[in-house]
Design a protein around this ligand. Structure first.
Ligand code: NAD
Length: 306
């Protein structure tokens, strides 16, 4: 259950950003098949944004969900429309959201989230963006509203000032980092706010293919991630499966969002739930990661770093 919303999310959620080709080109037909395969195998939570592939991911997810919309919990976002294109104003939020609904071929989403809020001032998100999103909720176009971003500190600062139904953070809880537990999780627990954890593979670092060129993590973090993958390979364990399993075991997070574009990946990520006997390997991974554990990078306005 996502906080107090009553939304029931699968513990593994389907991240649709790869449909925007952000991790390399993906095949349209295979993507549709992957979405159907995921739904048929119990994954009901889908997350996207107009930012991913500059609207391409929303369009492709909309195509894939045609005829199956009522089987899923659908989340999209507003406020971020490109690498450097942010607009959290009332007008843009409302106009952008209507366009998202069209691309997603639906009348409403289950969760509308302000995307990467550290790129705006806390005042704007609290006084302008969230009230605009609440209006959309009152119109029945979004069942619940949330905020997403990289900085747990910034997300908590916002949630202390205005009620939100959910908080999504990424790259702050996985084999490389665990500082979601410092402030965000205790705060969310106390206030009954749902938490979604994204990027269990540290945005590709914990895969055989490795990080995409745009990845913001320092080289030492990327190198440590490579060593984790090598260690898993040597032990005959699939690194993405183990990395996802580690995240799914978090006691408070409702759903872990992993980016997927193929049936093979969906299948692998379902296998993660059945993984057993990996605690010894986790200890060795901890040793490898320890010099860079909790090493983060800067994102957004300087006043929101953290
Ligand atoms: P991720 O850590 O989930 O890594 C995704 C990469 O791993 C992709 O290249 C994918 O093809 C690959 N992959 C997935 N499963 C695999 C498997 N079993 N074997 C090998 N490779 C595999 O990173 P992500 O996609 O950035 O995060 C997941 C989702 O979370 C996103 O799609 C998005 O929906 C959400 N997210 C939201 C925000 C935000 O709101 N600010 C930020 C990041 C992510």
């Amino acid at each position: 259950m996502l906080g107090a919303t009553g939304l029931r999310l699968s513990v593994v959620g389907y991240g649709a950003s790869p449909f925007g080709n952000v991790f390399g080109d993906t095949d349209r037909a295979e993507g549709i098949a992957a979405v159907h395969y995921a739904i048929d195998h119990g994954i009901n939570f889908f997350d996207v944004s107009p930012y991913y592939g500059l609207t391409l991911a929303e369009t492709r997810l909309g195509e894939a969900l045609a005829g199956r919309r009522d089987e899923v919990v659908l989340a999209t976002k507003c406020g971020r429309y490109g690498a450097d294109a942010f607009d959290f104003s009332v007008q843009r939020i409302k106009r952008g959201f209507e366009e998202s609904l069209e691309r997603l071929q639906t009348d409403f989403v289950d969760l509308l989230q302000a995307h990467d809020v550290e790129f705006a001032t806390v005042d704007q998100i609290v006084e302008e963006t969230i009230p605009a999103m609440r209006e959309l909720q009152q119109q029945g176009k979004a069942r619940y509203i949330g905020i997403t971003g990289y900085s747990p500190k910034n997300l908590v600062a916002i949630a202390k000032r205005v009620k939100v139904d959910s908080i999504l953070t990424y790259c702050r809880y996985n084999l490389m980092v665990a500082d979601i537990d410092d402030e965000l999780i205790p705060f969310a627990k106390e206030h009954g706010i749902g938490v979604i954890n994204a990027s269990p593979l540290h945005m590709g670092i914990l895969t055989g293919r490795g990080a995409p060129a745009w990845h913001p993590a320092p080289n030492e973090v990327q190198d440590a991630g490579k060593k984790v993958v090598e260690l898993c390979v040597a032990e005959g364990v699939d690194a993405p499966e183990l990395a996802l399993r580690f995240c799914v075991d978090h006691p408070y997070v409702t759903s872990t969002l992993v980016g997927m574009a193929t049936r093979k990946q969906v299948e692998g990520n379902r296998n993660a739930l059945a993984l057993e006997g990996y605690s010894g390997l986790l200890e060795r991974i901890e040793e490898v990661v320890s010099p860079v554990h909790n090493r983060t990078w800067r994102s957004g306005l300087a006043e929101n770093y953290g």
